[in-house]
Design a protein around this ligand. Structure first.
Ligand SMILES: *Cc1c(COP(=O)(O)O)cnc(C)c1O
Length: 357
């Protein structure tokens, strides 16, 4: 029986994507080979790669002056690759938690970092407001903070290249891609399994690459020129990503994903706000994430934390323990998460209230 999966990442994936991948692991089409055996240079795999890129383009309405790449190394490698390629003197970063903090740490190896806004003062429990300076090489934001559960829903205007880590909210809302110079993320939060990273980059960014020695694998140009096949790409991961995006398209695209995400988040936040045992951790409601819903017990119920996680587990609800740096609870409701999953979670909170409040 399938569980109600609220893991923060790797995420729950559509069953259809799992089933089609299981088949392809046995045999890809009529090739007589598994997806894990087929040559990445074969026409069969090229078709998988092309479709994955085309689906990304179509679902996010990506303009023609952008390239889409799939590579390894996770979003964490992008933290270094971005400043390696684009940080000449100074870059602006918004610090909204662990992931941006890690991005900042890497950038500091290459140049000056101006942290233009931070929510560190309140333990990252809100999304800070900020103005984008005009005198930086680029500005970097984390659109959704997977650990603290804050999110920005606006596509900002920027005169300097705007780069966004959208690891955990990509394809969950309509995005005006033209406002960004680059959007990237690990696939494992919303569009696939771990092991493949998506990078959407405006072509003119290649003219802005700093004149310095950069290893081939860490240059965007290398991957663009070779159609994400400079080295052996993560073949099966790209296949699962393609299957996941096929499902997104069949369900009605990003617009429908956004509608469902709102519905799920509204339902769960409503229960958190109503239930006397729980409270949300994000200070201002407008920056509450739709993807990672964070909450804690009211003080007098704090000792029941492990009991609640165990109780939820008995109802087949898994993955709701908060990040080790935060504690409490976090229900991650990515694209493949269903209304039924959230209904089960709400029912579980209500039953727990009956027993203990
Ligand atoms: C998970 C996550 C990362 C790290 O991704 P990896 O692919 O594991 O390197 C970076 N940024 C955000 C916002 C994340 O949620």
């Amino acid at each position: 029986m399938r569980k109600h999966i609220f893991n923060a990442g790797p995420c729950k994936l559509p069953e259809q994507a799992l089933e089609n991948t299981a088949k392809a692991v046995q045999e890809l089409g009529n090739t007589g080979q598994s997806i894990m055996e087929v040559s990445h240079r074969s026409k069969e795999f090229q078709a998988v790669m092309d479709e994955a890129q085309n689906l990304f383009k179509e679902l996010l309405n990506i303009p023609d002056n952008y390239e889409i790449m799939f590579m390894g190394g996770g979003a964490s490698t992008q933290f270094a690759m971005i400043p390696f390629n684009f940080l000449k003197t100074k870059a602006a970063y918004v610090n909204t938690g662990t992931w941006s903090d890690k991005a900042i740490k890497e950038a500091k190896m290459f140049g000056e970092v101006d942290v233009i806004a931070s929510s560190e003062d309140k333990d990252y429990a809100y999304y800070p407001k900020f103005d984008i300076p005009a005198d930086v090489d680029y500005v970097h934001i984390t659109s959704n903070n997977t650990i603290r559960g804050t999110e920005i829903f606006e596509d900002l205007d920027s005169k300097v290249p705007l780069i966004a880590d959208m690891s955990s909210d990509i394809m969950s809302r309509k995005v005006d891609v033209s406002k960004y110079a680059m959007i990237y993320g690990g696939a494992q939060k919303n569009v696939g399994p771990a092991g493949v990273t998506f990078v959407i980059i405006r072509k003119d960014m290649l003219d802005k690459v700093i004149d310095r020695t950069i290893p081939s694998m860490l240059k965007y140009e290398t991957h663009i020129k070779k159609g994400s096949m400079y080295n052996t790409p993560p073949v099966i991961n790209i296949f699962v990503l393609k299957e996941t995006l096929t499902w997104v398209k069949e369900q009605g695209g990003v617009e429908e994903m956004e509608r469902r995400a709102k519905e799920r988040a509204d339902m769960l936040y409503a229960e958190i706000d109503r239930n006397p045992m729980f409270k949300g951790t994000v200070i201002n409601k407008e920056s509450r994430s739709r993807m990672n819903i964070t909450f804690i017990f009211e003080d007098k119920y704090k000792d029941l934390q492990d009991d609640f996680i165990k109780f939820a587990g008995e109802g087949n609800i898994i993955g709701i323990k908060g990040h080790r740096s935060v504690g409490g609870f976090r229900a991650s409701t990515y694209n493949a998460s269903s209304t039924e999953d959230v209904k089960a979670m709400v029912a579980c909170m209500q039953e727990f209230e009956k027993k203990h409040a």
